[in-house]
Design a protein. Structure first.
Length: 276
């Protein structure tokens, strides 16, 4: 599986790491760390030197209960971060984490290469048509509601089947508009209980029938630290354990805070299953 990122063909036949660069004051783990130019440059360099192939820039925290951010503020944060990365690392593949079409457009014009949308176009009806116009790869995640309401929308009759059906519908719509490079993200922690998150991870291989790369974002999330009675800062070991489980079930992209450790998981996975 190969996707076209501004002329750079990214091969997802083997798993790769996407490093998180949150230019926000309130993200659940690294909020406030990467808001000025030197911090952004440091984080981007860290991701790349530790082996990350994609830098995922976000300007709007999507954690449950996060304070809403205006379009203008998100645009400012994202454009600034993208500009810093492009200026210092012109060959880097940049993804932008946004559900707003206007932010997606601005980011691509500044040099980003793909869009990572937590709502799969459900929060902004202009998003998928705009991605089709821009002709860039599109990551679509499963969620329900918004950051403010999703914790109340966790009732499913058949969890995995309903999410597969959701993706089937969103994929068909995206394809009908001409988007060729699609990636799916089951949305761990978004409108799912702790038990549902683990059920979803256990059944991750079921999503292979969609024949698309699968992104997994479990890094330091509450499904780890709540089960272990710890905190996000203490959740690295649990994150690595779940990364290995995700790789064994078909994950193509690990979206992470800790790039070096995720790369080590991939190296061990490939050795274990003779994938060199």
């Amino acid at each position: 599986m190969t996707i076209n990122c501004r002329g750079h063909l990214l091969d997802l036949t083997e798993p790769v790491v996407m490093g998180i660069l949150n230019s926000t004051p309130d993200s659940f783990f690294d909020g406030g760390k990467y808001q000025v130019e030197d911090q952004i440059r440091f984080r981007a360099e860290q991701i790349l030197t530790q082996g990350g192939l994609i830098i995922d820039i976000g300007g709007y925290s999507s954690r449950p209960g996060a304070t809403p951010v205006s379009e203008e503020e998100e645009l400012y944060r994202v454009r600034k971060a993208v500009q810093v990365v492009v200026r210092n690392f012109p060959d880097a593949i940049i993804s932008v984490d946004t559900f707003r079409a206007s932010v997606a457009t601005a980011a691509i014009l500044e040099g980003a290469a793909m869009i990572n949308d937590i709502s799969a176009g459900m929060l902004d009806p202009q998003m998928i048509p705009e991605v089709a116009r821009l002709q860039v790869p599109y990551i679509m995640m499963h969620m329900r509601g918004t950051s403010a309401t999703m914790s109340e929308l966790t009732r499913y009759d058949h969890l995995t089947e309903e999410i597969v059906r959701y993706f089937s519908e969103r994929i068909a719509y995206a394809r009908s508009l001409g988007i060729s490079d699609l990636i799916i993200d089951p949305g761990f922690g978004f409108a799912k209980t702790l038990e549902q998150n683990f059920e979803l991870l256990n059944k991750l291989a079921d999503f292979a029938l969609l024949n698309l790369p699968i992104l997994v974002g479990v890094s330091r999330k509450s499904m780890i630290y709540k089960l272990l009675n710890s905190s996000p800062s203490e959740a690295l070991n649990g994150t690595s354990a779940l990364h290995m489980a995700a790789l064994e079930r078909g994950a193509s992209i690990l979206r992470v805070h800790d790039v070096k450790e995720a790369e080590e998981c991939i190296t061990l996975f490939r050795k274990l299953y003779n994938r060199y």
